[in-house]
Design a protein around this ligand. Structure first.
Ligand SMILES: C[S@@+](CC[C@H](N)C(=O)[O-])C[C@H]1O[C@@H](n2cnc3c(N)ncnc32)[C@H](O)[C@@H]1O
Length: 279
């Protein structure tokens, strides 16, 4: 039974219907989003969540959606005393402060799908790496990873997480702008995993030349279905073999997060490098 069903008979029916049945859990923190006029129900919702999710210590109310360069949301603490937590995902742990660092627990299986393609000995580039949820599983599979993150708070948690998960020897962490390729150590990479923030699609054209011929790119982007189909055509025309195009989450009524798994052409002349916004 989910949250909404558990509130049956506790909250007037008309209001109960407007409460989202979903809430995210990151470590021991639950995040709820309540419309302004239902905020009075926060205490009873917190009690209900805590009654069946026993590990929850903090409940945050989302005040503002993810925005800005650091892709952080704004929260108010409804119960508990910290926004710092440790999240466990497929045997790895990620410590972070939700007030300063982006983390999306709904992408766990997608991260697993992509990082399980990484082979021991590969060199992998992960720009926009946040607290490390792509970096650490890739390094644990025996890859050498270059991880780039611009937000100094996320970067500090990344360093801590590399240590806790014992993979700092395999990762070169860079605090800086992912579009500044001068910050990167010698290339080319075998693979790039690019969890692109909204509006930064031009990064594909900047980073694709850093990947070797026949290397792989996993490119995330926000599009509606038609735009994603058009992007697939553009990428194919540019010489990429699109091995996967799949939706991995809704972000707005018709806009989804899409991932494109792209194999570069085996010969450098066969890829027209993408310039500007690819779609
Ligand atoms: C969508 S989040 C993805 C974080 C992480 N990969 C994850 O899955 O949790 C994007 C990340 O890119 C960082 N970022 C935004 N602009 C950047 C830039 N120009 N260069 C490097 N990192 C940037 C943000 O601080 C944020 O941590």
């Amino acid at each position: 039974m989910g949250l909404k069903e558990r509130l049956f008979g506790i909250i007037p029916e008309e209001d109960r219907r407007r409460i989202s049945p979903h809430f995210d859990v990151i470590g021991d923190i639950a995040i709820i989003a309540l419309p302004e006029n239902l905020k009075g129900y926060a205490p009873v919702i917190v009690d209900t969540i805590k009654s069946y999710r026993h590990g929850i210590r903090t409940v945050l109310g989302k005040v503002e959606n993810v925005s800005g360069d650091c892709r952080t949301a704004r929260y108010e603490i409804i119960t508990g005393d910290t926004t710092v937590t440790t999240h466990h995902e497929y045997g790895f742990s990620y410590r972070l402060d939700l007030s300063t660092v982006f983390f999306n627990p709904r992408l766990a299986s997608e991260r697993r799908r992509v990082t399980s393609q990484v082979q021991a000995g590969e060199s992998v580039l992960v720009p926009f790496c946040g607290a490390g949820p792509f970096v650490i599983p890739a390094a644990a599979r025996g890859a050498s990873v270059v991880a780039v993150e611009k937000n100094p708070c996320a970067y500090r948690w990344l360093l801590e997480n590399l240590q806790v998960n014992r993979c700092n020897g395999r990762v070169t962490a860079v605090c800086g702008d992912a579009s500044d390729t001068a910050l990167l150590p010698p290339q080319p990479f075998d693979r790039a995993i690019i969890p692109t923030p909204y509006g930064m699609d031009a990064i594909l054209g900047i980073l694709a030349p850093c990947v070797r011929p026949a290397g792989m790119l996993h490119f995330y982007t926000f599009k509606n279905r038609k735009q994603s189909e058009e992007l697939e055509q553009t990428l194919t025309r540019a010489g990429y073999h699109v091995t996967t195009r799949r939706r991995c989450g809704n972000v707005a009524p018709s806009v989804s997060r899409w991932v494109f798994d792209l194999r570069k052409a085996g010969h450098p002349d066969r890829n027209t490098e993408i310039s500007g916004n690819p779609g």
